[in-house]
Design a protein around this ligand. Structure first.
Ligand code: ADP
Ligand code: AMP
Length: 233
């Protein structure tokens, strides 16, 4: 099963994709993480990516697609399935993803849209920090670590992203509203899109996501007994 988690910055995409990876065996792929790694290379492409991300714009499709499709071609993505976080972000990316998967006899099975308003988004992003080692996510107010600046899971140092400031996040929200949200119509037409209110506490959002993709361990539907076939003449 291949999933997309779509939503504005701070909606909780990374938080819930990590749970799907840890507890349900999906491979979590964040195009933001792939691009941040690529940006560490100090060549002209790395510099272009860093500049675009710092300004809150969308990185060129060609660069994002190269990084993503290389990752998707790896063997682990063939097992349980993947959860893509932050991709597709425009119509062209959605079309290219479809073609890539179709060539492998695969498709997107469910699209979870996480909905939050702009004010909630700003509050979540400006208080966000994450472990520099294991990437576990924290929040100054909603999910503080037990020891300041230390990861509860692995003891690593917590870091903040340079683009997690109010001015840039409003720019990222604009890019989301103008270019990414319209892509949901692409999946509506196929009946695979489910919207979840992500302004609720994390546990409630998680339960709604699991229910939307049928992993909520609710009792299986009652099966009707098979009607016996008439004896052959
Ligand atoms: P995204 O990947 O969509 O940008 P994150 O998963 O990184 O968002 O979450 C952004 C911030 O909001 C993080 O600091 C996270 O701990 C916090 N957060 C996520 N979900 C919730 C929630 N339901 N309630 C409160 N805070 C949340
Ligand atoms: P994220 O980690 O998803 O918040 O993404 C951080 C930044 O990476 C975005 O603001 C964009 O600049 C860039 N980015 C991530 N995914 C994509 C994508 N699919 N297309 C274009 N740019 C992307």
């Amino acid at each position: 099963m291949n999933l997309l988690i779509v939503g504005p910055p701070g909606a909780g995409k990374g938080t819930h994709a990590k749970v799907l990876e840890r507890e349900h065996g999906f491979v979590h792929i964040s195009t933001g993480d792939l691009l941040r790694s690529r940006a560490l290379v100090g060549d002209p492409i790395g510099q272009e990516i860093r500049k675009t991300m710092a300004a809150g714009g969308l990185v060129r499709d060609e660069l994002v697609n190269h990084a993503l499709f290389e990752r998707l071609a790896q063997a682990d993505c063939r097992k349980r399935g993947v959860v893509l976080d932050g991709y597709p972000r425009n119509e062209a990316q959605a079309i290219q993803l479809d073609s890539f998967l179709a060539r492998r006899g695969q498709a997107i099975d469910a699209v979870i849209e996480l909905k939050v308003d702009e004010q909630t988004m700003v509050e979540r992003i400006t208080g966000r920090c994450a472990c520099g080692d294991c990437k576990a996510c924290y929040h100054d107010k909603f999910k503080p670590p037990e020891t300041p600046n230390r990861c509860d899971d692995c003891g690593g140092h917590l870091v903040r992203r340079v683009d997690d400031n109010e001015a840039t996040v409003r720019q990222r929200y604009k890019a989301y509203s103008e270019q990414t949200r319209p892509v949901l119509a692409h999946y509506d037409a196929r009946g695979v899109h489910a919207a979840v209110d992500s302004s609720k506490p994390e546990a409630q959002v998680r339960a709604a996501i699991l229910a939307a993709i049928g992993l909520d361990h609710s009792p299986p539907p009652v099966r009707r007994p098979l009607t016996p076939r008439p004896p052959r003449a």
